[in-house]
Design a protein around this ligand. Structure first.
Ligand SMILES: Nc1ncnc2c1ncn2[C@@H]1O[C@H](COP(=O)(O)OP(=O)(O)O)[C@@H](O)[C@H]1O
Ligand SMILES: [Mg+2]
Length: 311
């Protein structure tokens, strides 16, 4: 029998919908995964098999083929485990497939059947909503992050058995109450840095205010010790807090960088890379999924101190 489940793979800021198709038919016992899987995904076979057995279910001793579609997109990371396990269970008639067809499943499986959180929960929830899926099934620890996205049901589960219960129409595991947005203070405010600290420099202050109001770039030039760094570090103190959609964009970048996002921060990012930063560090390189300081400063301030202008 054939079963389908939906999951996502993340590369840089790109979150791609992956359909996991599992076919089980008579033959020598085998479990093959095809569809441009990286090493972590290929290793999913062992995790999925053992997690299913340790959850008290049967791992079919037949010929199992799992296809990860689309075939031309590289599938990275272990977040695919949960979808793979549930598709195997549905294909072996141990799980009804109706709800599986409208849910995104995202999480790594431990050998004892525990669903471990995978980074990028927010990006996955957003992509799942865009893909028209009705619900996201995710590790309980990531559920609050996924819940920041409106318009999609988020079910957090601790174990594979919890996921099976939720996919059979039952509830997810109890989630901690969602927290309200953080107050709109920026770390610069918290540290007491305020544009009002600057004495005099009326022209420079006015330039900064205009740059902040219009979202313009600004170059401060002058002798050492005249307050250029001090002025630049205080730009965020006069910027408005992030709107909700801007805050989601910032949180999504943090999420795909592997940082846990428990609540939406309304603070504008302030990035001040050292002047020795490499081009890859600044504009992003393949190793970090093309996310550099420029992306990390999205919706905020990128402060390049002591840049050298070559003629
Ligand atoms: N206009 C100013 N108002 C208040 N303090 C200032 C002013 N200009 C300079 N300072 C003081 O001098 C220090 C050095 O300034 P800084 O911003 O590092 O200068 P620059 O970056 O231009 O070399 C600041 O930390 C601040 O204490
Ligand atoms: Mg300086």
């Amino acid at each position: 029998m054939l079963a389908r489940a939906h999951t996502f793979t993340i590369e840089g800021l790109e979150t791609t919908h992956v359909t996991v198709e599992v076919d089980i038919r008579p033959g020598l016992p085998a479990f093959t995964i095809v569809g441009l899987a990286d090493a972590a995904v290929r290793e999913a076979r062992e995790r999925v098999r053992t997690a299913i057995l340790n959850s008290g279910h049967e791992f079919p001793a037949r010929r199992i083929t799992a296809n990860l579609a689309p075939g031309d997109v590289r599938k990275a990371g272990p977040g695919i485990d949960l979808a793979l396990a549930c598709a195997v269970l549905a294909a072996s008639r141990q799980l009804p497939s109706e709800r599986l067809g409208v849910s995104a499943l995202y999480g790594e499986l431990a050998l004892d059947g525990v669903v471990r959180p995978s980074w990028g929960a927010l990006a996955v929830a957003q992509a799942a909503r865009r893909a028209g899926l009705r619900c996201v099934l995710i590790a309980r620890a990531s559920a609050r992050e996924a819940q920041l996205v409106d318009g999609i049901e988020v079910l957090g589960v601790e174990r594979l058995t919890g996921a099976m219960r939720a996919l059979s129409g039952g509830p997810g595991d109890r989630l901690p109450a969602p927290r309200e947005c953080e107050a709109s203070r920026h770390p610069a405010d918290a540290s007491g840095a305020d544009l009002a600290d600057v004495r005099g420099q009326r022209h420079a202050v006015r330039s900064l205010v205009i740059a902040a109001a219009g979202g313009h770039n600004c170059l401060l030039s002058g002798p050492p010790g005249t307050g250029k760094t001090m002025l630049a570090q205080r730009i965020v103190s006069i910027l408005p807090p992030l709107t909700r959609s801007e805050a989601i964009e910032v949180a999504q970048i943090r999420s795909v960088m592997g940082e846990p996002v428990g609540r939406l921060s309304r603070s504008r990012p302030f990035r001040a890379p050292h002047h020795s930063v490499t081009a890859a560090g600044l504009i992003g390189g393949a190793r970090r999924g093309w996310i550099g300081e420029v992306v990390l400063a999205h919706n905020g301030v990128l402060f390049l101190d002591s840049i050298r202008l070559s003629s």
